[in-house]
Design a protein around this ligand. Structure first.
Ligand code: C5P
Length: 229
């Protein structure tokens, strides 16, 4: 049993208006339904858990039924930070006894089923695997507007989602981070929690199209990716 966890409980409205970015339309359909469709059609995914603002759960459930999704859905209240939403979802699906969980941001609608399958396959072998893109820019560490050091570009990858883990490993990583009082707002991706345990995490090469829609420019780019002409 492999379970997708889709955090979609952010209230991020930097794209303007009062609608959180994951519910804004892309080619006329809310971004999150593009994303969910990729998991619905991926043969390695058996169930899908979505973390949502608590006030949206009932309406979202109706929408899932209306759009004729077939896989079992688990709608979970989100938490204050992204990592709190992930932990809520992990606890909510414990009864399914998942072998692998695949975490993927609701706002990355261009993930492919091949990429989802590839991270699951690597996580089954290694314990953890994430989609990441080699950096084409040279990355500087900066403090107070001044460069502290330059990282070796050949070793730099930009972490994306999906990120797949053995269920027990990701749960332990989350529990350990909380026991050590790591602030939730530092937990910007899931693999960093697993790194803290000293576990191995494989890289699967991602794609530049797998953008995270955050700004109005990202949304314009997403419309171009979906219909280039
Ligand atoms: O905040 P960021 O852009 O990194 O959000 C990535 C994903 O995490 C989004 O899909 C967002 O809805 C989700 N999120 C969440 N719970 C929060 C904050 C963000 O599920 N408290």
């Amino acid at each position: 049993m492999n379970v997708a966890i889709i955090p979609a409980a952010g209230s991020g409205t930097r794209l303007g208006g009062s609608i959180a970015k994951q519910f804004l339309p892309l080619a006329g359909i809310p971004i999150i339904f593009h994303t969910l469709q990729r998991f619905e059609t991926c043969p390695e995914i058996d169930a899908i858990a979505v973390a949502l603002p608590i006030s949206d759960i009932v309406e979202f459930g109706e929408e899932i039924t209306r759009r004729d999704f077939q896989k079992p859905f688990h709608l979970v209240p989100g938490g204050k930070e992204r990592s709190d939403s992930i932990l809520n979802a992990l606890e909510a699906v414990a009864g399914l006894l998942p072998e692998i969980v695949v975490v993927h941001d609701a706002v990355r609608p261009f993930v492919t089923t091949t990429q989802i399958s590839a991270v699951i396959a690597r996580a089954s072998e290694v314990g953890a695997a994430i989609l990441a893109l080699p950096s084409t820019d040279t990355i500087k560490e900066v403090e107070n507007g001044m460069i502290m050091r330059t990282l070796n570009r050949r070793r730099i990858y930009r972490a994306q989602t999906p990120q797949a883990f053995r269920y027990d490993l990701l749960l332990k990583a989350n529990e350990s981070a909380r026991a050590d009082f790591v602030p939730s707002e530092w937990m910007t991706d899931d693999s960093l929690l697993v790194e803290r345990l000293g576990a191995q995490i494989a890289i699967v090469e991602g794609s530049p199209n797998n953008i995270k829609i955050t700004t109005p420019e990202d949304l314009q780019l997403a419309e171009k990716i979906i219909s280039p002409f």
